[in-house]
Design a protein around this ligand. Structure first.
Ligand SMILES: [Zn+2]
Length: 128
C-alpha cells in the first residue's frame, strides 16, 4: 500500500457515514484461499491457522467483518477501496445452491423466484 493509498483509505474512512467502508483482512501469511485452490491450509512458517489463511486478503464491509482472531493472531483489517478486486461468483452459487438446497429453494419460492429465474437472480446479485 502506498502513502497515497493510505491517505485515500483514511479519507474514505472519515467521510463515509456510519462506518460504512471496506476493509481488507491481512495475515502475515503469503497464502490465501485462492492460492490454496479453495482448501485453506495452516501456514506453519508464520503460524497462521487455516481460517486466517482462508480469510487472508478478503474484503468486507467494516460492520460485517469476521471477528475471528486466534491466540497470538497477527491478522489485521486495513481500510481499502474496491479496485482491482476479483469477484468470485459463479452461476452455480445460484443454480446449485440457492435453488438446490431445500430450505433456500423454499425461501426463494416464497419470494416468487423459481430455478427458471436463475439468470435474472444472478444478474441482480451481481449488480448489487
Ligand atoms: Zn490470524
Amino acid at each position: 500500500m502506498t502513502v497515497l493509498d493510505n491517505v485515500k483509505s483514511l479519507v474514505e474512512k472519515f467521510f463515509t457515514t456510519n462506518g460504512d467502508f471496506w476493509v481488507i483482512r491481512k495475515s502475515r501469511s503469503d497464502l490465501n484461499i485462492e492460492k490454496c485452490n479453495g482448501v485453506a491450509v495452516k501456514d506453519e512458517k508464520v503460524n497462521a491457522c487455516e481460517l486466517c489463511v482462508a480469510l487472508n486478503e478478503t474484503i468486507f464491509k467494516v460492520y460485517n467483518k469476521p471477528e475471528y482472531f486466534h491466540t497470538n493472531c497477527k491478522c489485521e483489517y486495513i481500510p481499502t477501496s474496491l479496485v482491482d478486486i476479483v469477484l468470485d461468483f459463479p452461476i452455480e452459487k445460484i443454480t446449485r445452491y440457492l435453488f438446490a438446497n431445500i430450505n433456500k429453494s423454499k425461501m426463494m419460492k416464497t419470494m416468487g423466484y423459481l430455478i427458471q429465474d436463475s439468470d435474472d437472480m444472478y444478474n441482480l446479485i451481481l449488480k448489487a
